[in-house]
Design a protein around this ligand. Structure first.
Ligand code: FAD
Ligand code: DLZ
Ligand code: SF4
Length: 516
């Protein structure tokens, strides 16, 4: 057979299963296509990262002797979709099958799967960059009443031997999260992230993206994502040497002036294939064994990559396509206009959106407890919120974005991913950040003109969803507080929240244009 191997924009690793055992005359294709750039309005930095990384990777493949076809976005003959372009190229080169590793999104998996028995057959190959496969996850989940992350994670630790001492977890505990909730002292300086040189390839891509996608939300000025494996390894080294020791204790902290803090910024490189999760976990584990980083940091990081990242992927592939339609809390509001404009006087929200605009990045607690929490408390519809998260972050791929947004943030999967919603009032944001000092609202007030909107929204949310949530054992305490409030107080909170929601503008859903 003469295969056309299609490598997608998030499959940029020489270890891809589709590159193994290739016949001499195989053609490896990387395709920049209009449809992938516009199915949601991706942040220009996300598009530039993917296209620059694809172009660099194509050059590496050629250097290794592969026969490579690269379709650039402005080539005149390009088909507008990945499938159309791959089939056009297969015809052009006389290939008799298309090989591709499982893509990162259901819509492509389904469309490719439908072509398995076509005249030009598509062969889908399992992605073995991960620690687990969807099949293995499904087998594990079948044995459980509730497939919880913590159990999955322990099994992965045992299976991989990461942070294990014989059959016991290193340090005698599986999870050190209680050490990982410290606010950041004002005096603590945060190291600057590496800045990668923009070579001619990246410069060209930045110009192309500015021209084609300049109207999308987000700026290109601060682009410093790694676009090659070599650059990604620089970021990994920087994380290990300068950030990992403090990663754990400040993992949940937020600072008004700093987007990255002690986070690794490795998600985009991991998702694109520039790094593989195993090497990252092993490099981090080594720091514990060599006593250069504390166990709470090392375990906290490994739990995110070996635990959460693999777990959400398992949920995605075993629950789609129904998962995407879940809406357990019946939320129906459109996306607040401020998510695109940043125009809001809620300081925490404005800063998370500004950082997102400038860096195609916000760290986990901003995504979960600021933008996510706000959307949850306002009953924003899952579809509207998911499209936003899928568009605006450099690391966004649906397999990881969707369970985090629909499941973890919006509790729309009815508690599959999290046993309770991560709803919180202004008190939480005040404890974990310095935003409130810069805000026109007062986090200690719940009603009146200066009251922090998160407070009344929080209580009104709990009251509105009491039927669904008050029976949850983990919500017992908080519903007890709500019940003990006087009727007047509850009514005042309800009115305050209703007045805020009545003023909140929503934007209509995005409709993609495939015209370039
Ligand atoms: P660090 O804090 O340094 O964490 C280390 C690594 O752990 C990350 O690089 C990432 O690979 C992994 N990780 C951490 N938390 C999670 C998690 N909850 N799920 C899966 N992996 C995790 N992550 C994405 O990679 N792509 C997304 O599209 C995405 N969308 C999200 C949407 C929402 C609403 C939320 C709440 C979280 C989302 N996350 C997503 C998870 C997480 O926020 C990001 O992985 C993280 O912020 C990336 O920054 P970092 O590399 O500095 O992470
Ligand atoms: C996000 C993205 C963009 C903007 N452009 C391309 C592209 O032109 N070609 C490509 O192969 N991939 C692109 N991607 C990433 C894809 O959307 C990604 O491959 C799918 O989400 C599935 O893995
Ligand atoms: Fe956010 Fe409320 Fe604090 Fe303002 S007072 S920064 S709105 S939590």
């Amino acid at each position: 057979p003469r295969p056309l191997v299609l490598l997608l924009g998030d499959q940029l690793s020489h270890a891809m299963a589709s590159l193994r055992d290739l016949p001499e005359d195989a053609v490896v294709a990387l395709c920049e296509v209009a449809a992938e750039g516009t199915y949601v309005p991706h942040h220009p930095q996300k598009i530039a990262l993917i296209l620059s990384a694809m172009r660099h990777f194509a050059a590496e493949l050629r250097d290794r002797g592969h026969r490579v076809h690269y379709s650039a976005l402005d080539d005149p003959d390009n088909a507008p979709t990945l499938i159309g372009e791959a089939e056009r190229l297969a015809g052009l080169y006389g290939c008799d099958e298309v090989r591709v590793v499982r893509p990162g999104e259901w819509r492509l998996w389904q469309a490719m799967g439908e072509r398995k028995h076509a005249a030009l057959p598509w062969r889908l190959i399992e992605d073995d960059r991960f620690f687990t496969t969807p099949e293995a996850f499904a087998a594990w989940a079948r044995k459980r009443k509730a497939p919880r992350m913590e159990h999955f994670y322990r099994e992965q630790r045992r299976r991989t031997g990461l942070l294990m001492e014989d059959d016991k977890p290193a340090g005698g505990q599986w999870n050190f999260d209680h050490d990982n909730r410290q606010p950041l002292p004002d005096s603590l300086a945060v190291p600057e992230p590496p800045r990668h040189h923009h070579d001619a390839v990246t410069e060209d891509v930045l110009a192309l993206v500015a021209e084609h996608f300049g109207a999308h939300f987000g700026t290109l000025d601060a682009f410093h994502w790694p676009v090659t494996r070599r650059q990604a390894l620089v970021d990994l080294r920087h994380f290990i040497e300068h950030l990992l020791p403090d990663f754990g204790r400040y993992q949940d902290a937020i600072r008004d002036a700093e987007p990255f803090l002690f986070h690794s910024r490795l998600s985009a490189a991991l998702n694109l294939g520039l790094l593989v999760p195993r090497e990252v976990c092993e490099a981090v584990e080594r720091e514990y064994h060599e006593e250069r980083a504390p166990l709470n940091s090392v375990e906290g990081f490994i739990r995110q990559v070996l635990g959460w990242r693999e777990y959400v992927r398992g949920l995605y592939w075993t629950r789609m396509p129904d998962y995407k339609r879940r809406n357990a809390l019946g939320a129906s509001r459109g996306l607040p206009a401020a998510f695109w404009s940043g125009d809001t006087d809620l300081r925490c929200l404005a800063r998370a959106i500004e950082m997102t605009r400038d860096h195609a990045y916000a760290h986990h607690i901003q995504r979960l407890m600021v933008t996510g929490n706000f959307a949850l408390l306002c009953d924003v519809a899952p579809e509207a919120l998911c499209d936003w998260y899928l568009a605006v972050y450099a690391d966004a791929c649906e397999w990881v974005e969707l369970p985090n947004t629909l499941g973890m943030v919006l509790h729309a999967d009815g508690g599959l991913m999290g046993s309770k919603p991560y709803c919180a009032s202004g008190k939480y944001i005040d404890r974990m950040s310095d935003h409130c000092r810069h805000c026109r609202y007062d986090p200690k007030r719940a009603t009146g003109p200066d009251a922090c909107p998160f407070n009344s929204l929080y209580w009104a949310f709990l009251e509105r969803h009491a039927d669904t949530l008050s029976g949850n054992p983990r919500m017992k305490l908080i519903y007890g507080s709500l019940r003990r409030m006087s009727d007047d107080k509850r009514a005042a909170l309800r009115e305050q929240a209703a007045a805020f929601l009545a003023r909140l503008d929503s934007v209509p859903a995005y409709s993609p244009t495939h015209a370039q």
